[in-house]
Design a protein around this ligand. Structure first.
Ligand SMILES: Nc1ncnc2c1ncn2[C@@H]1O[C@H](COP(=O)(O)OP(=O)(O)OP(=O)(O)O)[C@@H](O)[C@H]1O
Length: 290
């Protein structure tokens, strides 16, 4: 198995005049569960569509599982579930599985049928008649029958209720544990990813803001709070000043003035701070990239 699941260098995609993704340099180690986070329009779907060959790069390079992304090179080893869990709504669940068998050289019916049986999803139901949660489960079961080495899911739980979300994620994590495949899933909601992911990509305005192993990123950063005007250490990534108080996000282990209260950062705050580097300033407080 390749050690790097996705490698991009200077990757960019432009729609007419607008760059949806630009200067993207990423290395995703194989076997990880990757959270791809960013606000609407950040470029998440564009990156995923490039990785599964639905779009071609405008510039830069992209390798998936060590190969250039083309149908005859690597796409048979990759499965993709889009935001709508797109499937043929008039097909029965059984017909969906059969269609998958016809369309894919690498395929194991039993993987899909076993998962569907475990979830009590009737094989003779039309896909369009299933609940959103069941449809998502069928999409996942069909994707897993392909025995993918890389599984990419674009906001897989966005349209699901909390129980269906939990069930889908638990099936996903079980599949990940069984197969060791690399999983990339996007979300707007960081808290959704926290329990599942061990690797993070933060995108905003088509640019990568932060990429890395989540535990390492959390260990590398600190939040310092204290009166404004205290000497600031080096490597401040982000500064929030609200009147007399400052709150700094620091990266690394530079010496810190004892006047600062130092805390570990949590994932949500880390992501928010990196995203707010590019966001407009709020009135009454200053948020700045340092
Ligand atoms: N087919 C297209 N034609 C023109 N512009 C597009 C097209 N698809 C996406 N864009 C633009 O590219 C940018 C990135 O879009 P993309 O869908 O990749 O973001 P996203 O992070 O997935 O957003 P969301 O969370 O809303 O799905 C946006 O500004 C979007 O309007």
């Amino acid at each position: 198995m390749n050690e790097i699941a996705i490698r991009t260098s200077g990757l960019g995609k432009r729609y007419r005049q607008k760059w949806a993704l630009r200067g993207c340099d990423i290395e995703v180690p194989a076997g990880r569960v990757v959270g791809l986070v960013g606000p609407n329009g950040a470029g998440k779907s564009t990156l995923m569509n490039l990785a599964v060959g639905l779009l071609a790069p405008t510039e830069g390079t992209l390798e998936v599982l060590g190969r250039e992304v083309r149908a005859d090179t690597v796409l048979h080893r990759v499965a993709y579930i889009d935001q709508e869990h797109t499937m043929y709504r008039n097909f029965t669940v059984r017909e969906m599985v059969k269609t998958g068998r016809k369309l894919n050289a690498r395929w194991d019916d039993r993987i899909a049928f076993d998962r569907l049986a475990e979830l009590n999803i009737p094989l003779d139901s039309r896909v369009g008649a299933l609940s959103g949660g069941q449809r998502a489960q069928v999409a996942l079961a069909v994707a897993l029958a392909k025995e993918p080495e890389l599984l990419i899911l674009d906001e897989p739980v966005a349209s699901l209720d909390p129980l269906a979300r939990r069930e889908l994620m638990s099936v996903l994590m079980e599949a990940k544990a069984d197969t060791g495949c690399t999983v990339v899933l996007s979300s707007h909601v960081v808290s959704e990813l926290e329990r599942l992911c061990d690797y993070l990509i933060v995108l905003d305005h088509g640019r990568t803001r932060l990429v890395g192993d989540i535990d390492e990123l959390l260990d590398e950063h600190r939040v310092l709070t204290g009166p404004s005007g205290l000497p600031e250490p080096e490597r401040i990534v982000h500064r929030h000043v609200d009147g007399e108080r400052s709150s700094l996000l620091m990266r690394g282990n530079a010496p810190v003035d004892p006047g600062w209260a130092v805390q570990r950062v949590n994932l949500e705050e880390l992501v928010m701070r990196y995203l707010s580097l590019a966001a407009p300033q709020r009135t009454g407080a200053a948020e700045v990239a340092a």
